[in-house]
Design a protein around this ligand. Structure first.
Ligand SMILES: *[C@@H]1O[C@H](CO)[C@@H](O)[C@H](O)[C@H]1NC(C)=O
Ligand SMILES: *[C@@H]1O[C@H](CO)[C@@H](O)[C@H](O)[C@H]1NC(C)=O
Ligand SMILES: *[C@@H]1O[C@H](CO)[C@@H](O)[C@H](O)[C@H]1NC(C)=O
Ligand SMILES: *[C@@H]1O[C@H](CO)[C@@H](O)[C@H](O)[C@H]1NC(C)=O
Ligand SMILES: *[C@@H]1O[C@H](CO)[C@@H](O)[C@H](O)[C@H]1NC(C)=O
Length: 831
């Protein structure tokens, strides 16, 4: 028993840690192939690297820049993506040979389409890397064919498209002109922001590169803000103004005016309106997340000033302390404008050092309409291009920090909840191939769900949101995937619907389904901000509690029978409805003494079968203050010990069913017959368990075999979907040893991780930017949690299962937590 005391302490510690990290855990997880989230996918053996996405205005056609091809995909049907046509655009054999002769990898030589834009009503424009010698072409949108230029020569792609397919670039067309940010040479060290395809009074423009307007940038994206007539470019580069730190990366926003035509003598054919500023994704006294990964625009709500336009960016850190983490920051257009309208740093041309010397302001750098300005003014503008102030995030704080995920791409939309309040929803793509859907609440971000969209990490990928169709497209080398923005019908009860906090979803009390909130007439069950089930659901599911059922034991619902021999270790499993729920066990009229019972972090209950421990058990889950039943068991003594095939190996198959309240089954005893297992079983309506009626927990698509004693006499092999109990024919001692070893293992992993994190922290002291006291302690938090999280994994054994479909469809996904382990969410620590 001494062991058990120690063990329970450890379990409690682990649980406390789990609560610490639970904050930004996706509530529900859908690994690849899960029926709850049907994705339509386009992949074809003769098309690859489908990474550049462009959606038609009506949302019915998706144009894709791929390897050696541009595709036109029909995405108007809900259940399939169909290729309409494919436009081949491949280099010749000769070109390819030359490319590999130049020492490039053969697989990097094809033509990777990196620019795909609508030019006007009849034409598109595309550019590809074309054997490290980029080319562009017009595409006739109607016939979907390449247009050869009048001269017959291919369009030069330099300055429009990168040479190297792994280099990032940005491109946007405005009024038939193409604005690009990319490197413009083979070696990859001449970055430019330039304008092409200009006509009439406009001329093509580029950056003046005498003064180092850009310092080894990585271009992320660009955006046109019509009210300002400006294009904003987002990129990261070396922050030369921080010359006391070697190679400090900073994130930038740069701007040019679409009306720019260059200077007359000074800055001829060069931007006169270029200015840049630092984007700071940092909360006070914390190490900055300094490397921008992606950024998107969220237009202001209707009626709000255009200055309320927000830019949501994903940032990672250059430092190892928070590598593997991402932060999301929001920047307001009004703040950006204020920074560009403020003072500018001055570059000393001799020392190439930046200063904040106040000099006479000859002009306002970044101002549009300088084309007729004097040489003096233009010289001033040319030298003053770095804003003195940085753009700080809204509220001077981070919108969200993901402790264990690196995000690479983001799209966002504003969703009006049933109460008329607007919520911002972010779709975030993780490096490991999951799409996180997060809603921003007053208390912080809440990740509604995660959906696996590709299996292998992808070097190049893209996200595109179609608000009108309610889908997100993910383009990667594995193909194009369409993910519906929501699937409300996955939530089977009002409680689940409300607890999801999905602003897209609400409970329709008249038909008792969770459905698209804006399709419900009235009394929508929804509480995005609070997730309060009691208030949002007129009659939340009745909750069965032992205490309420006065009377003799027989009147309890039978629950699932578990037949045991005395002195055997019994393990009762409790399915998981949500990774944010806390599960606990109850018995009628008695507390579960920690001396006798071991509650593991995966929700299971272990105890030794004795006359005192026979009887009923109830597993309850509590989430956000709401409690519901997950499972009811009746543990009985076997009457005759029949030799049993119940191998310990069975324990490896965990029940996976998402929880449901116990539901009554029509008829009596039918629930125990071997072939009850119905994929057809309809979603049980939550009803109070009737007296004397067998009660089952919800079954799902999981399908495994176990042995169950039928009414105590003979044992039958019953096939269940998501059965919840297992027996072990082992002795108690053996069991205890196994459990102890397991937990000892956890503890040692924990200690290792803790030591490692301490070491990391020590190391981080030597990293740049440690001038602020107090940072170290702050930083330790997430790092430590990370370590603890890792340390838990051997014990949690697939705690993230169980959120799969509940509708009884077959499901080919391997459960047992493998998807999670393999995608790097939890280290695969061997036990
Ligand atoms: C939504 O979820 C339900 C229930 O799990 C499932 O049957 C259905 O196929 C899902 N639909 C989509 C589009 O994912
Ligand atoms: C193209 O796709 C292959 C896999 O099909 C991948 O290995 C390669 O890195 C991709 N190349 C680019 C430039 O995306
Ligand atoms: C669109 O641009 C193409 C290429 O510059 C040009 O040939 C065509 O006339 C333009 N179409 C319209 C409607 O302006
Ligand atoms: C530039 O100045 C010249 C005369 O100084 C004037 O004729 C011309 O219209 C001006 N151009 C613009 C675009 O203002
Ligand atoms: C359950 O498994 C059996 C065989 O193991 C199989 O025939 C049956 O189709 C499965 N049912 C479901 C719903 O997967």
């Amino acid at each position: 028993m001494e062991h058990q005391g120690l063990l329970s302490i450890i379990v409690v510690i682990l649980w406390v840690m789990a609560v610490c990290v639970a904050r930004l855990t996706p509530r529900v997880s859908f690994p690849m192939g899960t029926p709850g989230r049907c994705l339509s996918r386009f992949d074809s053996s003769d098309v690859g690297n489908t990474t550049t996405l462009l959606l038609s205005d009506d949302g019915d056609t998706l144009f894709v820049g791929a390897r050696n091809a541009v595709l036109s995909l029909d995405v108007s049907q809900e259940d399939a993506i169909v290729m309409r046509s494919k436009l081949d655009w491949s280099p010749s054999e000769k070109d390819l040979d030359e490319c590999s002769m130049k020492g490039k990898k053969k697989t990097d030589c094809p033509n990777f389409i990196r620019v795909l834009q609508f030019l006007n009503s009849t034409h598109m424009y595309a550019c590809g890397t074309f054997t490290f010698s980029p080319r562009c072409t017009y595409i006739n949108s109607e016939t979907f064919s390449l247009v050869t230029s009048p001269s017959g020569k291919p369009e030069e792609g330099r300055g429009r498209c990168p040479y190297d397919p792994y280099q990032r670039n940005s491109a946007i067309t405005v009024d038939g002109e193409l604005y690009t940010g990319t490197v413009a040479d083979y070696m990859g060290n001449r970055p430019v922001i330039s304008r092409h395809l200009s006509e009439g009074g406009h001329v093509d423009l580029k950056l003046d590169d005498t003064l180092g307007w850009l310092e080894d940038p990585t271009f992320i994206s660009s955006n046109f803000v019509p009210s300002e007539e400006k294009i904003y470019f987002f990129f990261s580069e070396v922050g030369r103004e921080y010359d006391f730190i070697d190679k400090f990366t900073v994130s930038r926003i740069a701007q040019v005016c679409t009306s720019d035509v260059g200077g007359q003598r000074t800055l001829q054919r060069r931007w006169t309106t270029f200015a840049k500023a630092q984007l700071l994704c940092q909360s006070d006294n914390e190490l900055p997340y300094n490397v921008i990964q992606d950024i998107v625009t969220l237009p202001p709500p209707e009626g709000a000033p255009v200055d309320d336009t927000l830019f949501f960016g994903i940032f990672s850190s250059q430092w190892s302390v928070n590598s593997g983490q991402s932060a999301v920051c929001a920047f307001r257009l009004g703040d950006i404008k204020a920074v560009f309208a403020g003072n500018y740093k001055v570059l000393n041309r001799d020392t190439l050092r930046w200063s904040m010397r106040v000099q006479e302001k000859v002009a306002n750098p970044g101002e549009c309409g300088l084309h007729n300005a004097s040489d003096n003014t233009l010289r001033f503008v040319k030298e003053n291009f770095l804003a003195d102030d940085s753009v700080h995030p809204v509220g001077r704080s981070l919108t969200m920090v993901s402790p264990d995920q690196r995000y690479s791409h983001v799209v966002t939309q504003r969703v009006q909840a049933a109460n008329g309040k607007d919520f911002t929803v972010l779709f975030l793509l993780t490096e490991s191939g999951y799409l996180h859907k997060a809603v921003l609440l007053e208390k912080g971000a809440h990740i509604i769900e995660e959906i696996q969209v590709f299996e292998q990490p992808q070097p190049v990928k893209n996200l595109l949101l179609s608000i009108s169709k309610g889908v997100v497209f993910v383009g990667s080398s594995e193909g194009v995937v369409r993910v519906p923005a929501s699937n409300c019908s996955y939530y089977w009860s009002c409680a689940e619907c409300v607890l999801s906090r999905d602003p897209f979803c609400g409970w329709d009390p008249s038909v008792k389904v969770c459905t698209h909130a804006n399709s419900i007439q009235d009394n929508v069950g929804q509480d995005v901000e609070g997730g309060n089930v009691q208030e949002a659901c007129a009659s939340p599911m009745p909750k069965f509690r032992f205490g309420l059922n006065k009377g003799k034991a027989d009147s309890f619902p039978v629950g699932e029978l578990v037949s045991v021999s005395l002195n055997e270790v019994v393990r009762l499993q409790c399915p998981e409805a949500s990774s944010l729920a806390h599960r606990h066990w109850e018995r009628p009229n008695s507390r579960l003494s920690p001396d006798l019972y071991l509650q593991l972090e995966d929700g299971s209950l272990h105890f030794l079968a004795t006359p005192a421990t026979l009887g009923h058990y109830l597993c309850l889950s509590t989430e956000n203050g709401f409690q519901q039943n997950l499972a009811i068991y009746q543990v009985k003594q076997k009457s005759s010990p029949t030799p049993q095939a119940a191998a310990p190996g069975m324990m490896t198959t965990r029940p996976q069913s998402p929880a449901l309240p116990p539901t009554t089954q029509a008829g009596s005893g039918g629930w125990l017959t071997p072939h009850l297992t119905g994929p057809k079983q309809t979603k049980p309506e939550p009803t109070a368990p009737a007296r004397e009626t067998p009660v089952t927990t919800r079954r799902t698509s999981r399908n495994f075999t176990f042995w169950v004693a039928q009414s105590g006499e003979t044992e039958t092999e019953a096939e269940w979907q998501g059965g919840e109990k297992l027996l072990l024919g082992q002795t108690y001692l053996k069991e205890l040893v196994v459990v102890s070893v397991l937990l000892a293992c956890c503890v040692s992993v924990l200690l290792t991780m803790a030591l490692y994190s301490v070491r990391q922290r020590c190391r981080s002291r030597t990293a740049p930017q440690t001038n602020t006291p107090g940072r170290d302690s702050e930083r330790g938090g997430p790092q430590e949690r990370e370590a603890l999280r890792g340390g838990q994994s051997p014990c949690s054994n697939g705690m993230r299962n169980g959120q799969m479909a509940h509708n009884g469809q077959a499901n080919g996904v391997v459960c047992n937590g493998t998807p999670r382990g393999s995608n790097g969410h939890l280290p695969n620590t061997p036990i």
